[in-house]
Design a protein around this ligand. Structure first.
Ligand SMILES: Nc1ncnc2c1ncn2[C@@H]1O[C@H](COP(=O)(O)OP(=O)(O)OP(=O)(O)O)[C@@H](O)[C@H]1O
Length: 298
């Protein structure tokens, strides 16, 4: 089977999960066709290191001895078939789960039991597989909620919306309005997010994560349930966030076209174990990856 055929097989298999829509690689990085794809980018500084991480739930081993790193400035994908342990890995990174064994080091600091709010305060933001927004609140208020960790005025002043809290809120609102402009969602700034189409809800969720001004942005299936146009928009915003803010991004995605097009490096999990790690080109040629997606036992 040729590389193109196997890539197509991988994409087909993965697309079963993502409503049957697969974005073909389109060179989104520079709006160039993939034939003229730009040279791979290289990153040196390790922002986050996962060392020999295992995670068990009773008898189920969600992760076994997984090690990889995420380097400052890159877009890193975590892929694998259903149940491979991708979301568990993201949950370990942002402190939602604590590894049974191994350790995670972020900006040189190793914490065995980091809590999600500590991860958030430390610069790790996250979006979820199923949009997690306040549906009755407007786009503006949802993104503003993402600033709460940055608020310094104490609760007393915040409730009174007076004095330091008032001045602070004005400054935070300016940041939020900039994010709204950046994501081109001015027209829906006052709309309750529950009334928005799914693709726009995902964009608002991205906005809320950006409001935290994260060093590391974790995106759990940012394109899930989107149509082709929405996927193209989201791809562009992910690249823009990475390019303009220099934000390091780790994403889980089932759409292989998107993964191969956006990512600098890809780590592949199967049954909770790492089976490959490299550039998109290296990974899609890896026989273990091809077998995993085709369901070949080994
Ligand atoms: N809270 C939990 N309790 C028990 N088992 C869990 C829990 N979370 C995950 N698992 C199990 O761990 C394994 C890995 O699940 P995980 O959701 O991390 O995989 P995934 O690669 O993200 O899958 P998908 O692509 O379907 O979202 C699965 O066998 C799953 O059933």
């Amino acid at each position: 089977m040729s590389v193109d055929q196997t890539s197509a097989a991988i994409a087909d298999k993965a697309a079963e999960k993502s409503a049957g829509e697969t974005l073909e690689p389109q060179g989104a990085r520079g709006d160039e066709p993939s034939a003229a794809a730009p040279a791979p980018r290289h990153f040196e500084e390790v922002l986050l290191a996962v060392d020999n991480v295992s995670l068990g739930f009773g008898g189920v081993k969600a992760l076994t001895d997984v090690s990889f790193d995420i380097r400052k400035g890159e877009i890193r994908a975590i892929i694998g078939p259903n149940g491979a342990g991708k979301t568990s890995m993201l949950n370990c990174i942002n402190g939602f789960y604590h590894p049974t064994e191994g350790r995670i080091t972020f900006r040189g600091e190793t914490r065995r039991k980091m809590r999600p709010y500590e991860a958030a305060a430390g610069g790790i933001a996250r979006t979820f597989q199923n949009v997690a927004l306040f549906k009755g609140m407007s786009t503006l208020d949802n993104i503003m909620a993402g600033r709460s960790l940055k608020m310094k005025a104490n609760l007393f002043w915040q409730i009174l919306r007076f004095g330091p809290a008032m001045r602070e809120e004005v400054a935070h609102r300016r940041v939020v309005e900039d994010i709204i402009d950046f994501l081109q969602i001015q027209a829906i700034r006052k709309t309750p997010v529950g009334k928005l189409p799914y693709g726009l809800q995902k964009r608002v969720e991205l906005g809320r994560a950006l409001a935290m001004e994260p060093d590391l942005l974790l995106l759990d299936e940012p394109m899930a349930g989107m149509n082709l146009e929405e996927k193209e928009d989201m791809s562009r915003f992910i690249l823009d966030v990475n390019n303009h803010f220099g934000t390091t991004i780790a994403l889980i995605e089932h759409d292989m076209g998107v993964v191969m097009d956006l990512s600098d490096r890809v780590v592949v999990l199967e049954y909770g174990r790492k089976i490959a790690d490299g550039t998109p080109d290296e990974v899609k040629r890896d026989q273990k990856v091809i077998d995993a997606y085709l369901g070949v036992p080994h």
